[in-house]
Design a protein. Structure first.
Length: 256
């Protein structure tokens, strides 16, 4: 099946505070945007990529992905992440009309291992309408009342944090984005509201979203370390490893 990946990259990166849009921040010589797009193409499961850039960043972002070839397109994004994904989806309908599978992947998750990308695409190809990579929760979780006093300790065995890329059939994502004005913190949230099942595959700690300068320091350290072993704490409580590949070590990005 033909797969197109949408990469919302139109955010400002306010929490990172780098002085440039976050997608243009460089880690060991390469921008988060170019790393994210290259990772998608190198996974072997993605045919085309549509990047949504802020309207005033179309040129610099276009330069970042120019070397990656004609399968990468840069289009104007919007004021919220949802607006950027909607704009990229509309552009994909025009630029890659043959696509049946669509991924939505944050430029800020630039170090996502190929295995995660391939697992998401494979699950959609097997028939899932929507798929998200997830991690089990490592910390104890408490719910507090209005005064900040603990009301309960939550059973975390079925709680998951959600990563990208999230995968969908094109028809389902189009339907989810059809409802004007809908906003969700992630794309699967829109699909859930329509009543479609959202399947999960094992995520990976390296697929962290670079949000703060601490995250950037972690990403630099992980990249400099090269292949890393899967931490035990990330084996989820349903008994599935968060790394289902045959090899438990993963490279994250290239260092060239
Ligand atoms: N209007 C927006 C806002 C966000 N994004 C993208 O959505 C992803 C996840 O968003 P986040 O990490 O919150 O990025 P920023 O909005 O840039 O961060 P901040 O909230 O700190 O400004 C990023 O790749 C970001 O570029 C986007 O395409 N369009
Ligand atoms: C889509 C997402 O990456 C899922 O984890 C995330 O929700 C988007 O960014 P935000 O920090 O939640 O706004």
């Amino acid at each position: 099946m033909d797969t197109v990946a949408l990469v919302p990259a139109a955010g400002r990166g306010t929490r990172l505070g780098a002085g440039v849009p976050k997608a243009l921040v460089r880690v060991l010589g390469h921008s988060l945007l170019s790393r994210a797009v290259r990772g998608l193409l190198d996974s072997g499961s993605v045919g085309h990529v549509v990047v949504a850039a802020a309207p005033d960043q179309l040129d610099p972002m276009g330069r970042e992905v120019r070397d990656l070839g004609e399968r990468v397109h840069v289009v104007p994004g919007g004021g919220e992440r949802t607006d950027s994904v909607r704009a990229a989806l509309r552009a994909a309908d025009r630029l890659v009309p043959s696509a049946e599978v669509v991924l939505v992947h944050d430029a800020a998750r630039a170090f996502t291992p190929a295995r995660v990308i391939r697992d998401v695409v494979a699950a959609v190809e097997r028939g899932a309408p929507a798929v998200v990579p997830t991690l089990s929760v490592a910390d104890t979780i408490k719910r507090v009342d209005d005064e900040g006093v603990v009301a309960e300790t939550v059973d975390r065995s079925r709680l998951r944090t959600v990563q990208t890329p999230q995968g969908f059939t094109v028809d389902v994502l189009r339907e989810a984005y059809g409802a004007a004005g809908e906003v969700a913190t992630d794309d699967a949230g829109l699909v859930e509201r329509l009543g479609y099942p959202v399947e999960t595959v094992a995520g990976h700690t390296n697929a962290l979203k670079v949000t703060t300068s601490f995250d950037l320091a972690v990403a630099e350290a992980v990249l400099a370390a090269g292949p890393v072993e899967l931490p035990e704490s990330r084996v989820d409580t349903l008994g599935r490893s968060n790394d289902t590949g045959s090899d438990t070590s993963e490279r994250c990005g290239d260092e060239s």
